[in-house]
Ligand binder design. Structure first.
Ligand code: LLP
Length: 451
């Protein structure tokens, strides 16, 4: 009997089998995170993305973002009767991402006129916005008051300016004060915001914040709604939050007892850290909620009423959802090191050079022959090293790398330095990838210039 019918059948079946084994884009991203980037199917899925959209490319996994929201809600909603979550837009301002978080019921925490615009474009109404910044311009104050946003006031100067603007618009400005609780949550110095020497907030110390409330309470045009603090970013332990919550709830009681002031909300800020290294232990939302619950309940009992607890994370929602795809241009061995030169740099991802931040790197479709290399960017500065001394499977020119956990403060801090257009962004939902920002052009780089 001839073998032909059998081989024919195999030929027909093989592609179907291959197809069944091919991961979806979402599954490929999960696999990369789980250190299975060497897998051929995983590599193929992401190579397809790179081919379709070019590199460097920011890829975001929608399922991850939704999962983070779900985890935070699951930890906090059962323990805190009144809870409101906001998303800090600065982490990633793409309207598709902001809109996604809005569809999950989150409000918007913004820090500039541009972010106010971003929140509005993503579907937010003015009153869903909280505007925090330690230095607001007259135009920013005007817009925030007109929209009915909550202004998070940072100084007595600003309080006067907000009042003047509200009276001019014949409106009541909704405000909270950002207070500086004087707590050190032990994170990167530049993002350690709640320590006494930071530029942020009115200090609880020496009755400064108290006197601000005393004054604001009696001011026409000002409606005091809450109190706010934010002690820092990428916080991995619960202690700083516990200390802060105790101080904040003590303050809530003081405002009630001495001024008869009942606040609608207490905002404990954002800052929830994410693991950037394999195996890194980071507090979970559950850990944080469990720590805060008794402090909150005690505070509520002492004050005699329950404000709404507000939280406003950025990184926690979007950080782990982001994967930066970069192509290897060349590999070079010097007498000292081996450099893998890629087509992204600190113009694309600033965190490594700015904070010595660690981001995992995975080589797609390679698993053999580990070598210790520096992943070097394409910016003409010695400091442009995206990852230092990493032992990775040997990569060569043309290979694809992915840099993990780049969904927060990746694109939002990127620039066109060295006249490189901004990267594109795609949002992955299952097996589809939607372009949510087209790649920049040279026209963009030179827009608004004259010669
Ligand atoms: N609320 C306020 C008032 C903030 O200043 C920040 C961040 C957040 C919320 C959100 O913090 P998150 O939950 O994302 O930690 N570029 C730095 C992070 C700077 C954070 C500044 N403020 C980085 O790449 O690590």
């Amino acid at each position: 009997m001839s073998m032909r019918p059998l081989s024919l059948a195999l030929l027909l079946i093989a592609p179907a089998l291959l197809q069944a084994a091919a991961p979806t884009l979402h599954e490929a991203l999960v696999a990369v995170r789980e250190d299975r980037a060497g897998d051929a199917g995983v590599a193929r899925a992401l190579q397809g993305l790179a081919k379709a959209h070019g590199t460097p490319l920011y890829v975001y996994d929608q399922a991850h973002i939704r999962g983070q929201v779900k985890a935070l809600k699951a930890a906090f909603a059962p323990r805190f009767q009144r809870l409101r979550l906001l998303y800090a837009l600065k982490a990633n301002t793409n309207p598709a991402i902001v809109g996604l978080l809005r569809s999950e019921g989150l409000g918007a925490e913004v820090v500039s006129l541009g972010e106010i615009e971003g929140a509005l474009r993503s579907g937010h109404a003015g009153p869903e916005i909280m505007f925090t910044s330690s230095s607001k311009s007259p135009a920013e104050l005007r817009r925030a008051v007109a929209l009915g946003a909550v202004l998070n006031v940072d100084s007595m100067d600003e309080l006067g300016q907000v009042q003047a603007e509200a009276l001019r618009q014949k409106k009541e400005a909704r405000i909270s004060f950002r207070v500086n609780p004087g707590v050190d949550p032990h994170t990167i110095h530049q993002i350690n915001t709640g320590i006494a020497e930071s530029k942020f907030g009115l200090h609880l110390q020496d009755g400064i914040a108290f006197r601000a409330y005393e004054k604001a309470k009696a001011m026409p045009g000002i409606r005091v709604e809450g109190v706010h603090c934010h002690i820092g970013s990428q916080i991995t332990e619960t202690e700083g939050y516990a200390l802060t919550a105790r101080k904040m709830m003590g303050f809530v009681k003081e405002l009630k007892d001495r001024l008869g002031l009942r606040l609608a909300f207490v905002d404990l800020g954002g800052g929830l850290g994410i693991p950037y290294k394999d195996g890194q232990e980071v507090m979970s939302p559950e850990d944080l909620a469990r720590t805060l619950e008794p402090i909150w309940k005690e505070g509520v009992a002492a004050a005699g009423y329950e404000p709404t607890l507000w939280l406003e994370p950025g990184r926690f929602f979007v950080g782990g959802a982001g994967f930066l795809l970069a192509r290897v241009n060349t590999v070079k061995q010097t007498p000292v090191k081996t450099f893998v030169n890629v087509d992204a740099g600190f113009n694309t991802l600033m965190r490594p050079i700015l904070y010595q931040a660690y981001h995992r790197v995975r080589v797609l479709g390679r698993s053999a022959d580990p070598v210790t290399v520096d992943i070097a960017g394409d910016v003409c500065e010695t400091g442009d090293i995206l990852a230092e001394a990493r032992t990775l499977p040997r990569a060569s020119a043309g290979d694809l790398l992915t840099i993990l956990d780049t969904g927060a403060y990746g694109f939002s801090m990127a620039s066109e330095y060295n006249s490189r257009p901004m990267p594109a962004e795609v949002l992955v939902d299952g097996d589809t990838a939607r372009v949510i920002r087209r790649r920049g052009s040279f026209g963009d780089v030179f827009r608004n210039t004259a010669r």
